[in-house]
Write a protein that binds this ligand. Structure first.
Ligand code: FAD
Ligand code: SF4
Length: 463
């Protein structure tokens, strides 16, 4: 069959009715036959556009050719030259807006399934051992999300003694407490974290930098450089009447309590009240995750309300499709304006009907209220997933210590976009705490990589 005639291969998905009863991974891996067929669709373009669409510039045609030749070891090796977490990124990157958006096959038909092929290679291969020559330098990494994991891996492989300090009791950042297991199984994440241990990275959990230790303490302890990858985990609320009622959650709290503390299980000590009708506000991955988790833990009716239309939703396309298959209702062009309650518990919400006006600074059409049109819905749980901002613990502590660590007016760290160096010498930062592009996993990893390179250069100046 000629390349152009091979249809895009689709990995098997769990049956929607079955999957809403558990946290099993929804999307399965390609079979070998599917992976080879899919890889054979690639045209091996002379000037491949897909590489430009990937923030860490994976040699996409290179690894796809290796899969087409059934050389999976080589495929894994090629990907890991640029990205340490292929099994994670293959599952969670918004490929339709990145590498797959620029694949030439997408002009007339469907692009190569680059993400699914990356996951295939990531799942079936391991990192190759490298010889590590100790430099005698010590680097502290604050936070253990994808930016930190990537920086830690590159720095440890360069021979520095790396220690990760994590505020929570478990490692992985949003990959563990935000993204649910049915999208990113914990064995996949644990496997990637184990790799760090094998190259000598040390972990200290339950340590909050800014409280347990300050940045200055880390330098006093003999660390020669610091990377800050603390994310932006402080949730926004709507600021509407009734938001202090019981049954109102931020999506971050809701997901953390289920993913990390098993709050949906009565045998765990931090239960959440499982009601009948939940409404989730927002249109991103966080909203999709909160909705799909609600369904799985027993809510009967789950609705996502988004103030724009489906076309503007920032969530990954696959998650929207999966949410619909699982029976989640979507209420587009609606935005809550008031919550109603009884005996301190939320019982309903009034939503303003919106329409799309002129594009705003993000290029998306701005939602504007339709005068006099509202809708009331009965709900017993209201989950806000409209965004987050940086948690000020670390930056406020630096301010108290008079350290020259500058933040912008929204609380994000100021960094040099080429080196990720902050305004404080020897301190670097990246990921959601200092975003240079859309806040997502692969961009956080890209920043971690960039920072590791700059830290290596910085340490060369410190003999
Ligand atoms: P984070 O992953 O936020 O990790 C920061 C870590 O630092 C945390 O573990 C935190 O506990 C720790 N920390 C914070 N303060 C301190 C301190 N003072 N001391 C010590 N440790 C500290 N992106 C995608 O690409 N695809 C998706 O499908 C996707 N889905 C998402 C779903 C949800 C629910 C959420 C919330 C986000 C999602 N994202 C997704 C976004 C993505 O997860 C983030 O952009 C990414 O994780 C940011 O990485 P990071 O390394 O900057 O920080
Ligand atoms: Fe293959 Fe598409 Fe990349 Fe061309 S753009 S090399 S067809 S994946």
């Amino acid at each position: 069959m000629s390349k152009s005639k091979i249809p895009r291969q689709r990995p098997e998905n769990l049956d929607p009715e079955y999957r809403t009863t558990n946290f099993e991974e929804v999307e399965k891996n390609f079979t070998e036959e599917q992976a080879i067929l899919e890889a054979k669709r690639c045209l091996n373009c002379k000037k491949p556009k897909c590489i430009e669409g990937c923030p860490v510039r994976i040699n996409i045609p290179g690894f796809i050719t290796a899969i087409a030749e059934a050389n999976i070891t080589e495929a894994g090796k090629i990907i890991r030259e640029s990205s340490l977490l292929p099994a994670v990124c293959g599952r969670v990157c918004p490929q339709e807006r990145q590498c797959e958006a620029t694949c030439i096959l997408g002009i007339k038909g469907e692009p190569v399934a680059i993400g699914a092929l990356e996951r295939y290679a990531g799942d079936l291969t391991d990192i190759e051992p490298v010889e590590i020559r100790p430099t005698g330098h010590k680097v502290a990494i604050v936070g253990s999300g994808p930016a930190s994991i990537t920086a830690a891996a590159d720095l440890a492989r360069s021979g520095h003694k790396v220690t990760i300090f994590e505020a929570l009791h478990a490692l992985g950042g949003v990959l563990r407490y935000g993204i649910p297991e049915f999208r990113l199984p914990r064995y996949t994440l644990n496997r990637e974290l184990e790799t760090l241990k094998t190259i000598g990275v040390e972990f200290k959990t339950n340590v909050i930098i800014g409280k347990t230790y300050t940045l200055q303490d880390l330098f006093d302890e003999g660390y020669d450089a610091i990377f800050i990858g603390v994310g932006a985990g402080l949730p926004w609320f709507m600021g509407i009447p009734g938001e202090n009622l019981n049954g109102v959650y931020s999506a971050n709290e809701f997901l953390t309590r289920v993913n990390l503390m098993r709050a949906h299980r009565p045998d765990y000590p931090t239960p959440i009240r499982i009601g009948k009708k939940a409404i989730i506000i927002g249109g991103g991955n966080t909203a999709m995750d909160a909705a799909r988790v609600s369904k799985r833990i027993g809510f009967k009716e789950v609705t996502i309300a988004y103030r724009r239309s489906e076309a503007e939703m920032p969530a990954r396309k696959a998650e929207v499709i999966h949410a619909k298959e699982e029976g989640i209702n979507f209420l587009f062009l609606h935005s809550p304006i008031e919550l109603h309650g009884k005996d301190d518990y939320v019982t309903g919400v009034t939503l303003q009907v919106m329409e799309l006006g002129e594009p705003d600074a993000s290029g998306r059409r701005r939602p504007v209220p339709v005068e006099g049109q509202t809708k009331y819905i009965d709900v017993d749980t209201f989950i806000v997933a409209i965004g987050t901002s940086p948690n000020p613990v670390l930056t406020s502590s630096a301010k108290k210590e008079n350290l020259p660590l500058e933040v912008n007016r929204k609380g994000y760290l100021e960094i040099n976009s080429e080196t990720c160096e902050t305004t404080m010498s020897g301190v670097f930062a990246g990921g959601d705490i200092a975003p240079l592009a859309e806040s997502n996993v692969i961009n956080a990893m890209g920043a971690g990589k960039k920072a590791a390179k700059a830290i290596n250069n910085y340490l060369k100046t410190k003999v």
